[in-house]
Each structure stands twice: as structure tokens, then as C-alpha cells.
Design a protein. Structure first.
Length: 250
């Protein structure tokens, strides 16, 4: 969070005056909208993924404030998308609901997002947005499968394991991803399951073998990840060619 926005957020949290609180939240919304416009106009703006704000302190102690903050964020996001569409843009915005513990919790968040989207984008919402779930790799596979039934896509967040040594984190992440992917595809075979974080980039070969749809990684990791992915695809195609040739000689 940029310093000015963080300052506004702190003032909004501490304010006890209703009018002042409303003004701070409005200014937060303006700053968020400016940030989204900048994102949509960037090279990555054609297809952007944004996580719904979910400060743990608010989720536990002030759920009403959390809902207000998320509402401001969503209004800013959808207003920026609507403006882009009016100017002839063709951007796509993927929204991630972070760390829901159950399908019921995800369904409630999805309904909330869709209500705000309908007020802002109307019928254009379906073509411009998808709603996914960001889940921790230690989530119960059965819970992930239930969430996947109603989510447009899943993202396994490897950030929780980034404190561990790279090799260990990647190995543990791939193991967890395999269990979750198996559970998810058992109930939704065509599910889109992606991964994010440094462990995901490090475990790309394993995730490719498991069958995940792709990864999110930092800009600094992108070139290496693309090269690794290209090599994996080339190796897989070579094996298919050799298997086909061997089958024809039998």
C-alpha cells in the first residue's frame, strides 16, 4: 500500500466522527480508482488479477468496517473497468476472494461482489470479470473442492511458505498442490487451478506434471518462468512424438 493511501487508511480506522469517516473512505476510493486506472492502462492491464482487501484485524474485530472498505474497493474497480469500456478498452478483471474457509463463506462474498458489480457495470459485468478464490496450500482438500464448485477459478497461494528454504518450500507446495488439485478435479474436472508466489515459480516443473493451469509470479521471475514453461512444453511434445513413433513401429 502506497504511503498516502496507508495514511488515509489509518485515519479512517481511527476516526470516530461519522462524517469524517465517510470522507476518508471516499478519498480511499478515489485513490484506489486511480491505482486501478493506472493498472488497466499498463502493459499488464489487458488481463489483471486483484485480491479483495481483507485486513485480518478488521475481519476479526470490525466486520462492518471491512464490508465498507471492500465495497469502496469494488466500486473503484468496477468504475475504472466501466470507464475503460466506454473508451473502447477490452480489459478483463479477475477478482480473488482471499482465504475463505468454506463454500458458504465464498458464496456470500461472491454474492456481495456481484451486487456491487451489477450496480456499477450492469450486464457488462459477466464479460469483464471472473471471481476466484485465493486459498492457502494447507487448506483441507475437501474444502477446496467445495469452494471450486462455485468459484470461476482457484489460486493456491504459496506466499505462506516463502520463509522456508526455496527447495523445501517448493517441494512442500507441490505436494499440497497435488492433493488439492486431485480433490478439486474429482468434483469439477474442468476447474481452472493456478498457483502464485515464489514456491510456485520454483516448483513449475512439478506443477506442470500435476496439471495446474498456470502460475502468477513477480515481474522479476516472469522471464525465467516463461523459459521453463517453454522447455516443459517442448519436452512433453518430444515425448509424445517419440511415443507415437514407437507405437507405429509395433
Amino acid at each position: 500500500m502506497e504511503p498516502e493511501l496507508f495514511c488515509l487508511y489509518e485515519n479512517w480506522l481511527s476516526s470516530e466522527d461519522e462524517l469524517q469517516t465517510s470522507r476518508f473512505l471516499q478519498r480511499i476510493s478515489y485513490r484506489l480508482r486511480a491505482a486501478v486506472v493506472e493498472l488497466l492502462e499498463s502493459p499488464d492491464g489487458e488481463w489483471a488479477a486483484v485480491t479483495l482487501l481483507h485486513p485480518e484485524s478488521l475481519a476479526v474485530a470490525q466486520p462492518a468496517k471491512l464490508a465498507a472498505l471492500q465495497d469502496a474497493q469494488l466500486e473503484a474497480l468496477f468504475a475504472a473497468v466501466a470507464e475503460s469500456q466506454r473508451q473502447g478498452g477490452d480489459c478483463r478483471l479477475d477478482l480473488l476472494v482471499a482465504y475463505t474457509a468454506s463454500a458458504a463463506e465464498f458464496a456470500a462474498k461472491r454474492e456481495f461482489i456481484e451486487d456491487v458489480a451489477d450496480q456499477t457495470l450492469g450486464h457488462a459485468y459477466a464479460a469483464a470479470c471472473r471471481i476466484g478464490a485465493l486459498i492457502a496450500p494447507d487448506v483441507e482438500p475437501a474444502a477446496a473442492a467445495e469452494i471450486a464448485r462455485i468459484a470461476d477459478f482457484l489460486v493456491l497461494d504459496g506466499a505462506a511458505g516463502e520463509h522456508a528454504p526455496e527447495e523445501t518450500a517448493a517441494e512442500e507446495f507441490a505436494l499440497a498442490a497435488g492433493k488439492i488439485f486431485a480433490a478439486v478435479t474429482s468434483v469439477k474436472p474442468a476447474a481452472v487451478v493456478l498457483a502464485a508466489g515464489t514456491p510456485a515459480a520454483s516448483a513449475l516443473a512439478d506443477l506442470y506434471q500435476i496439471g495446474l493451469s498456470g502460475i502468477f509470479c513477480s515481474a522479476g521471475q516472469r522471464t525465467e518462468a516463461l523459459l521453463r514453461a517453454a522447455c516443459l512444453i517442448w519436452i512433453a511434445r518430444q515425448r509424445e512424438t517419440l511415443d507415437t513413433a514407437a507405437g507405429g513401429r509395433q
